[in-house]
Design a protein around this ligand. Structure first.
Ligand SMILES: CC(C)(COP(=O)(O)OP(=O)(O)OC[C@H]1O[C@@H](n2cnc3c(N)ncnc32)[C@H](O)[C@@H]1OP(=O)(O)O)[C@@H](O)C(=O)NCCC(=O)NCCS
Length: 162
């Protein structure tokens, strides 16, 4: 298993992982593809898209452009010194094995390296598993956004790690 930067070729595999996950942020193919377009002012903002993939595919010698088994992905955006975790999804079959923690710890390390100020994120109030993960890594609840989510409508808890 390894973490690498995603490319637009990963979009179908990322969408497959997201579709198994009602708690994830749901985006259209176009929104996924837009993640890979250059930001107009890199000094002001940047986007990170990482995927976790199964290394066994590489060892089998198959063409990695044809076979990409994405196990998880993370999307985050920086605006000035603040980061937002925009999406974090682990495939259902490999949850509770530390992959979500691995991705978040890597993001936290990168933000520290870049002397970022904070990481913000929102999560559905009912998503207790994700909330536990964020709390375990030191995120603190800093707000509640009423009716933030649709389909179904639900409040969002706003977390921040300083
Ligand atoms: C939330 C999610 C990313 C966690 O990923 P994961 O790889 O399973 O998480 P980890 O194995 O690293 O778990 C770390 C900690 O999180 C908590 N946790 C994770 N999933 C949990 C669950 N289903 N129930 C309760 N606690 C959970 C636990 O405290 C766990 O620590 P422990 O194993 O020592 O008990 C994953 O469940 C997922 O993709 N869910 C669907 C999408 C989603 O909700 N994304 C978050 C959007 S804000």
């Amino acid at each position: 298993m390894r973490i690498r930067r995603a490319t637009s070729a990963d979009v179908p595999a990322m969408m497959r992982v997201e579709l198994q996950s009602p708690g994830a942020a749901h985006w259209s193919r176009r929104q996924y593809e837009c993640l890979f377009t250059a930001t107009p002012n890199p000094a002001q903002s940047e986007r990170l898209v990482w995927v976790v993939e199964n290394e066994s595919d590489e060892r089998s010698g198959k063409d990695r452009n044809e076979i990409r088994e994405v196990l998880a992905f993370l999307v985050a955006q920086r605006i000035d010194a603040d980061w937002e975790l925009e999406n974090l999804v682990v495939a259902q079959s490999v949850r509770k094995r530390g992959i979500g923690t691995l991705l978040l710890e890597k993001l936290i390390a990168q933000v520290r390296d870049e002397t970022g100020k904070s990481i913000f994120l929102e999560v559905r109030q009912s998503n207790e598993g994700a909330s536990r993960l964020y709390q375990k890594l030191g995120f603190q609840q800093v707000g509640l956004r009423k009716g933030y989510y649709q389909n179904p409508s639900e409040d969002a808890i706003l977390y921040r790690l300083s």
